[in-house]
Design a protein around this ligand. Structure first.
Ligand SMILES: NC(=O)c1ccc[n+]([C@@H]2O[C@H](COP(=O)([O-])OP(=O)(O)OC[C@H]3O[C@@H](n4cnc5c(N)ncnc54)[C@H](OP(=O)(O)O)[C@@H]3O)[C@@H](O)[C@H]2O)c1
Length: 340
């Protein structure tokens, strides 16, 4: 029975995404009749704030998930896999921020401004894309209205909050030590010091030399755009920022795509903002994307190294549109469609 005020549970409420999720849900006045905040037993008893309310964090277990109509999961892949069967068995919908189900054939991978219609075939689990995939797919979706996509290459500049709260603390503690002229503490989250450095490794390496993050970006973009064969090569790099992922992208089209037509298509794309006045040093940066729910695109220029090429730059708040906001927008869309 569809409800317009679902009972909601959040798994991973104490994490980097969970924190932003609570803020975004309150800002958007997401309609809910009950909110349970779940994490591991370590966090049980902590108080979190939602709107003006203080809510006690509880351990994730069947008892605390029972009765939920909608579960947002932003924890770990293991937690998603562990709790999905129980959540769906009681007829609830799970919107999963992690990578556990993204490439599963019966799980829609959704950016509402791009492929909301994929929600029509959900069977209880809906995934949101990786935080680097989302802004790129939004920009590419706009551009393919002008000319078909032939090939994509991208290099990312990913903030530490993309790895979670512990990684942000690792950067902060290294910067504090650097500022005081003290020895920099050894890294425990990243394979190398992240302060004053960039690391060309996000997640683990596969046999083909690409990291899991790069594979996610390539495969997820193909799935969202319904272009399973799209040639795509990604290099994902961690940089010492806190919030906001940026990407340098080269696209090759199958036919001519005029710069003005690309700009117009981008400016019509919901959720995308063109920020592109290079002579005034106006272009997107991670800092300007922070706290905003849109993908900012700039540095648009033709790429003369191929026949129909374009280069651009995109920046987005990875915790908002890259995670929490996208998940909430999916739930809003489900309400609109009478599924919740
Ligand atoms: N950060 C991003 O930019 C981003 C973007 C898109 C998607 N995501 C995805 O969102 C998820 C969360 O990321 P995050 O950055 O928020 O990580 P995080 O800061 O490390 O937070 C992890 C959260 O999950 C909880 N948790 C861990 N294991 C659990 C378990 N077995 N059962 C229940 N809860 C468990 C933690 O609870 P405790 O506090 O009790 O340990 C914490 O609340 C990940 O799947 C990530 O891939 C993240």
């Amino acid at each position: 029975m569809p409800k317009s005020q679902p009972n909601v549970a959040v798994i991973g409420a104490t994490g980097a995404v969970g924190d932003v999720f609570l803020r975004v849900a309150a800002e958007r006045r997401f309609p809910l009749s009950r909110l349970r905040l779940l994490a591991t037993a370590r966090s049980a008893g902590k108080q979190l704030h939602y709107g003006g309310e203080s809510i006690t964090v509880e351990e994730t277990n069947e008892e605390n998930l029972r009765g939920a109509d909608l579960v947002f999961c932003s924890a770990t892949s293991a937690a998603s896999r562990e709790w999905a069967p129980f959540i769906t068995s009681q007829g609830a919908i799970m919107i999963d921020d992690g990578s556990a189900f993204r490439m599963q054939a019966n799980v829609p991978l959704v950016i509402p401004e791009v492929n909301a219609d994929d929600l029509a075939w959900e069977e209880g689990i809906i995934s949101i894309p990786n935080c680097t995939t989302t802004p790129l797919a939004m920009a590419l979706h706009a551009m393919r209205q002008v000319a078909p996509l032939k090939r994509v290459t991208v290099a990312t500049y990913q903030a530490t909050s993309g790895t979670g709260a512990a990684a942000v603390e690792e950067l902060r503690s290294q910067l504090r030590a650097y500022g005081r002229g003290e020895p920099i503490p050894a890294p425990s989250v990243y394979p190398h010091q992240i302060a004053m450095n960039v690391i060309p490794q996000v997640d683990v390496f596969g046999e083909d030399g690409y990291t899991a993050e790069e594979a996610k970006m390539m495969n997820e973009t193909r799935k969202i755009l319904h272009l399973p064969e799209l040639p795509f090569s990604a290099t994902c790099v961690r940089v010492p920022t806190v919030i906001g992922h940026a990407e340098a992208v080269q696209v090759e089209f199958s036919s001519a795509a005029a710069l003005n037509d690309i700009r117009e298509a981008l400016s019509k794309q919901p959720g995308v903002v063109v920020m592109d006045e290079p002579s005034k040093s106006i272009y997107p940066t991670p800092l300007n994307s922070e706290g905003d729910d849109r993908a900012f695109v700039g540095r648009l220029r033709l790429d003369p190294s191929v026949e129909f090429g374009l280069a651009f730059w995109v920046a987005t708040d990875n915790l908002r549109k890259g995670a929490a906001t996208n998940a909430i927008q999916i739930a809003e869309e489900l309400i609109k469609r009478g599924r919740l």
